[in-house]
Design a protein around this ligand. Structure first.
Ligand SMILES: N[C@@H](CCC(=O)N[C@@H](CS)C(=O)NCC(=O)O)C(=O)O
Length: 216
């Protein structure tokens, strides 16, 4: 098999890459990296010393592709399928990239900050950083809620890279605090994302691992 994905089933950024692979039924070898296992972590860092996943390895093209958005662009370029992740003209592509960045930087990152703070040892938590992240997350969710009044997907009718980013970002944001309370349009969008077969499969496969997730 040419493609190997290094990932973990609970990782939101890995969900992005998995959605893209499942959208087009792209064959790949799944390689789960358990960061609780020092040997597995050390082995992963020989491949990508930064130590963050997802990372895609393409034997056929001798390419190592870290970074979820870059993986999706790589798949779109070298393993295209029915779902095009960056379709349309350059302006549409730039908007798609912007929305992908928006979900990563303004939803995933604050959400990651809030969740990872719960892993910290007693006395080591960062109350200021968590409060800042909560406020940033609220602003971002408000923007998304206003944007999703009529569109089906982040870019309108087409399912794109922006939706790959939105799905895990909104899924975990909803776990922190149910979106249906203040962000009904975002909640409905999340529901559509959960029903999308690619993301439904990601969630089904993550199910056995959710018991270890700190927030229900
Ligand atoms: N910008 C990166 C972020 C990747 C990232 O933060 N991955 C997290 C998991 S969701 C990770 O590898 N965490 C492990 C660590 O930081 O040691 C991407 O889009 O792929």
């Amino acid at each position: 098999m040419s493609l190997t994905l290094y990932f973990h089933p609970l990782s939101s950024f890995c969900h992005k890459a998995l959605i893209a692979l499942y959208e087009n039924a792209t064959p790949f070898e799944p390689h789960i990296v358990d960061l609780m296992d020092p040997a597995a972590t050390a082995a992963f860092k020989t491949i990508w010393p930064i130590g963050k996943f997802p990372v895609l390895r393409d034997e056929a093209r001798d390419a190592l592709v870290p970074e979820s958005s870059i993986i999706i662009e790589y798949l779109d370029q070298h393993y295209p399928g029915a779902t095009r992740f960056l379709p349309g003209d350059p302006d549409f592509m730039r908007q798609t990239r912007f929305r992908d960045r928006f979900y990563d930087l303004h939803v995933m990152q604050p959400m990651q900050k809030i969740v990872t703070d719960t892993f910290r040892a007693p006395g080591q938590s960062d109350a200021f950083g968590v409060e800042d992240a909560r406020q940033r997350l609220d602003v971002a969710l408000g923007i998304i809620d206003r944007a999703m009044t009529k569109d089906t997907w982040a870019m309108g009718d087409a399912f794109t890279m922006a939706d790959c980013a939105a799905a895990p970002a909104l899924f975990y944001a909803d776990k922190l605090s149910p979106l249906a309370g203040n962000y009904k349009n975002a909640a409905r969008y999340l529901q559509r994302l959960k029903e999308r077969p690619s993301f439904a499969r990601v969630l089904r496969e993550a199910e056995p691992y959710f018991a270890t997730f700190p927030i229900r």
